[in-house]
Design a protein around this ligand. Structure first.
Ligand code: NAP
Ligand code: G4F
Length: 363
């Protein structure tokens, strides 16, 4: 049987890497996109036009669009990655977050049942380490109790349980990957890692003075997104429908991430002060380049995520250490140093061109 994948969230960080991964494996890949006033498909632009890559308009909030699309595509695997994925934003838009991240999962499951594909279509659900929230043990594994600690996590908890319910009630092959934070040069710019690597690059190149962050003590188990999409696929190739923790097993603070990112950008930081008054100072210039702002504090914050990937290692043969923390930070900073330099050159060229056009030097 031909492998046909349907990816929700195809324009996102993970969706773009997963598309590349599945296309390389010979899959026919279909992705869901949604209408927006600005067509923002930068992460998958290089894949558009490939014979095995197809995009369709639908929305996680629109059951009929999902039912029709699943019927048309007849997927053998669905990767449900679409979500309002920003934890802090979920405090401002909790209802929308629940609509997409919780009920959206149900809509996908029902779309599969409505099209009578229960026995031929496997479903991967993008569950999250945020389910552990106000953590009850460290490190966290598949048996650690959940304690969601944001509207995002509560919505994702519904997604986790409805997947489990459909597995047991209808004997469907549907599973959760409980993924810990994974980052990359394609990470959204308001997540803490990318915010730091972009700021470090801009500060190093004189385009910004200082970056404002929230909780610097927060601990995360950060992996590389490119490594993690392989695991999503492995979970669906496993002989049993089961849930897996995907993590590196290594933990760092936001402060440690920032120190290393600035180091790769050529700036050595010295930390001074505490809490809201803490600052990261450029040792060479004495200038404050990192400061703390209450704006980035959350009403409830998850502060101690540390995953135990033993089961994925043992049963899926996945290597959690493919890309080290140091390598991840280096890749992201190197990318953003080049991006900031390229944006600068493009800006200069635009200014020059405008001047030449005005003076009639070029027409
Ligand atoms: P992301 O970059 O924020 O991408 C989210 C994707 O969902 C985008 O393609 C977005 O489309 C789409 N989307 C949002 N609302 C939608 C809607 N109403 N209908 C259709 N599509 C919609 O997220 P990511 O980092 O790739 O994460 C992928 C999934 O894994 C998410 O479910 C996230 O919650 C989960 N997760 C992520 C991590 C992590 O560390 N990255 C860890 C654990 C779990 P637009 O481009 O149109 O906005
Ligand atoms: O980068 P973050 O926004 O990621 P967070 O909240 O861990 O969520 C991400 O990972 C989850 C997996 O655990 C996914 F499910 C979710 O979809 C998303 O991809 O924040 C990480 C930590 C938090 O404790 C936050 O309080 O960094 C802290 N932080 C400190 N300063 C900041 C900032 N976070 C952001 N976004 N911006 C700051 O300035």
């Amino acid at each position: 049987m031909k492998n046909v994948a349907l990816i929700t969230g195809v324009t996102g960080q993970d969706g773009s890497y997963l598309s590349e991964f599945l296309l390389a494996k010979g899959y026919e890949v279909h992705g869901i996109i949604r209408r927006s006033s600005v067509d923002y498909r930068e992460r998958i632009a290089h894949l558009e036009g490939r014979p095995n890559f197809h995009l369709h308009y639908a929305d996680m909030g629109d059951s009929m669009s999902l039912v029709k699309l699943v019927g048309k595509v007849q997927p053998t695997e669905i990767y449900n990655l679409a979500a309002q994925s920003h934890v802090q934003v979920s405090f401002d838009a909790p209802e929308y977050t629940a609509e997409v991240d919780a009920v959206g999962v149900l809509r996908i499951l029902e779309a599969v049942r409505t099209n009578h594909l229960e026995s031929t279509c496997k479903i991967y659900q993008a569950s999250t380490s945020e389910l552990y929230g106000k953590v009850e043990e460290v490190p966290q594994n598949e048996n650690t109790p959940f304690h969601p600690y944001s509207p995002y996590a509560v919505a994702k908890l519904y997604g986790y349980w409805i997947i489990k319910e459909y597995r047991e009630a209808y004997n469907m092959f549907c599973c959760s990957g409980i993924l810990f934070n994974h980052e990359s040069e394609r990470r959204g710019e308001t997540f803490v890692t990318r915010k730091i690597t972009l700021a470090a690059a801009r500060i190093a190149q004189g385009k910004q003075d200082c970056v404002y962050l929230g909780n610097l003590d927060s601990l995360r188990d950060w992996g590389y997104a490119k490594d993690y999409v392989e695991c999503m696929w492995l979970i669906l190739q496993h002989d049993k429908s089961e849930d897996f923790v995907i993590a590196t097993g290594v933990q760092h603070t936001v402060r440690e991430f920032a120190t290393l990112a600035f180091h790769y950008a050529g700036i050595e930081l010295r930390w001074e002060g505490e809490g809201i008054n803490e600052r990261g100072i450029d040792q060479k210039t004495g200038k404050t380049v990192v400061a703390v702002s209450e704006d980035f504090y959350r009403p409830t914050d998850v502060v101690n995520l540390w995953g135990d990937p033993s089961k994925a290692k043992r049963e899926l043969g996945w290597n959690p250490q493919t890309t080290s923390f140091e390598e991840l930070v280096r890749i992201m900073v190197q990318h953003d140093m080049q991006k900031v330099a390229a944006d600068h050159i493009a800006g200069v060229m635009r200014t020059n061109l405008a001047e030449y056009l005005e003076k009639g030097v070029v027409k």
